[in-house]
Each structure stands twice: as structure tokens, then as C-alpha cells.
Write a protein that binds this ligand. Sequence first.
Ligand code: PLP
Length: 365
Amino acid sequence: MIPITRPNIGEEEKKAVLGVLESGMLAQGPKVKEFEQKLAESCGVNNAVAMNSGTAALHTALHVLGVSNEDEVITTPFTFISTANSILMQGAKPVFVDIDPKTFNIDPDAIKHKINEKTKAIITVDLYGQLCDYDKIIMIAKENNLKIIEDACQAINAKFNGKMAGSFGDIGCFSFYATKNICCGEGGAMVTNSDDFSKRAILFRQHGMSGLGKYDYNDVGYNYRMTDISAAILIEQLKKINNFTQKRKHIANFYNNELKEVEGIKIPFVVDEGSHAYHQYTIKVDGFRLSRDELIEHLKIKGIGCGLYYPKPLHLCENFKKLGYQKGDFPVAEEISTQVLSLPIYPGLEESDLNKVIKAIKEVA
Ligand SMILES: *Cc1c(COP(=O)(O)O)cnc(C)c1O
């Protein structure tokens, strides 16, 4: 069986974990601090605050930007649930807008039409590892005095005009969940150039404890701390990140060359300004000899795992229909969700596996 993804954990990570286990300091400690410094450096930003998930990072970002009850936050319906759930966690309203039919990222022009006096922020999502059109989005945000939270959970190490993922928003969020491009099982972080946002995030991560006196609190907070065990793994993963991204790009190029002429399959569209991190390699199945679902079934029989990200745009899920959304609201997202198919991609994927995937697709083309 060729899985759709597999974490890449080496001897270095194992040794680092043992080191932490022997140190006696299992919770948040020096390894977390070290990881934060290295993450901030690698993103070209001033501060990183490590957390125990990407969802925690998104929630924290909205809190420190002051998003609360009655506010509206514009985002894409074609994303993982936590992007929108984090808005609900703050009591605010997720305002969805449609996506660009080529990149599947949020459509900047559609953002403009949904801005009103309640709009506080935009959460952009760098889907599959490709950055959004930040030239346009940052301009719209500036003109309307909106904050940007960059959900870069899938895009660590991607670039746009040479600038690193996570550095485009007022705050950028990463996830280190087991399937992400660097991972530790469960983990996340927010990055920001603002010392103020960073300080407030540190309070929110730990019960709102002020740091002035222990057991003194000047804000609400959660327990969103990362463990030193996770941070020790991530320090090693971060050393390998360029190598991981190169391998993902190599696999994507291989797929591109093999699939670009196959009728009914569209290879990923990559913008000129971008450097894609290929968290997913996602094709569009449209006019292929088999339906998308038949193709998935065929690949499964051949022992090839694949994924649907995402089968249902969020506005059509029960919890968001309650807000008044309905079928037809975002036609591009609705259509794309019936066509996308993600193929196996991870640094340890062998050439022989890639050939099997290609052969399995071509034999039914
Ligand atoms: C993975 C992911 C998250 C959430 O990350 P967790 O660490 O699982 O909480 C948020 N947004 C997007 C787009 C993701 O892919």
C-alpha cells in the first residue's frame, strides 16, 4: 500500500526525544524556546510562539487581534474546518467568499464585496502549500483597515515573490500535525513581527497568566502550550525542511511531466510569483474516462492511497448552514470540491512508487 503521506522521522528526532525524556523537563521548556527562535528566523519574522496545534494558533491570533462578538472575519469555504471554527470560538461570524478557479485560494476581488463596518480581519489560507495573491490581499486590507491572519498550516517553507510563508499576515499560523510538511504529532505556532501580539499570545497560551506575578492573571487564557518533546522533534525537522521541500517539488515535477497530457486531468496551477511547498499534490479530474470517485476506487484496488481535500465546502456543512449559507452561494468552491484529487506525496516516496501511481492512472485513461 502506498499511503498518501508518511511522516519523515529519522535517528536525529529519536535521539532528541530521548534527550528530553532524560532531562526531566517534559513540558514547555528550553526546547520550545529554541524552536521558537529557529522558526522565527526561518520565516524571516521577529517572533514565533509555539502552541499545541494549528487550531490553537489560529484561535490565539484572532484573540490577540481583538476579534470578538459581532465582528465579521472574511475567509474561504474551501479549507480545513479549523480556519472557520477558530472564528466561531471568538464568537465572531465567518463570512465566506468564493475561490479562484485556478489556484483554489481565496479570490481577492470577492473579498472586496463582503467588507462592511463589522469586518475586522481576513483569514487567508495557503491551500495545498501555495501562497495566496498577497500583493492584492495586502492592498485590500490596508485600504479597509483590516488585519490579515495567514493560515499557513499547509505552506511552511513556501514563498511568494521570495518572501516566506507565514510572514504576509499580521500573524501567520502553522500546524505540525502528523501529516504536515514538518511535524511532531500534534503542534502549531504563530509568527508575527509585532512584539505586542507575541506578548499577548504568550499570555493566552498559558491561562492569561501575566508573568508579573505567578498566579496573577490579567486576561483569559487556555492551555495551549507545546511540550519540549514536540519541540525537540521540530528542531530536527526544521533542519531538514529545505531538503523535504526539494523532494516534494521533485515528486510534483515528476507527476506534472507524466500527467500533463492525460485527457481529463489538470495538473496543479502554480503562479509565477510563487514557490509551492506541495503539502498536497492535487489534480483536477474533469472529463476523464472514469469519474473522480471511480478513479479513487481504482487506485484503492491498486494499493494507492489518495485524498479529497475537501469533499464539502464549509458553507454546506450543517454548522455553517445555520448562518444562512446555502448551495449555490460559492459556485467555484462547490464545483472544485467535486473535481479535486490528491495523490501520494512525501519525501520518502520512492521512484518505483511514483511509477506505480502513474501506471495505475494511465491504464484507465
Ligand atoms: C492542519 C490545518 C489546520 C489545523 O491544524 P491542527 O494542528 O490540526 O489544529 C488549520 N488550517 C489548515 C488549512 C490546515 O491544513
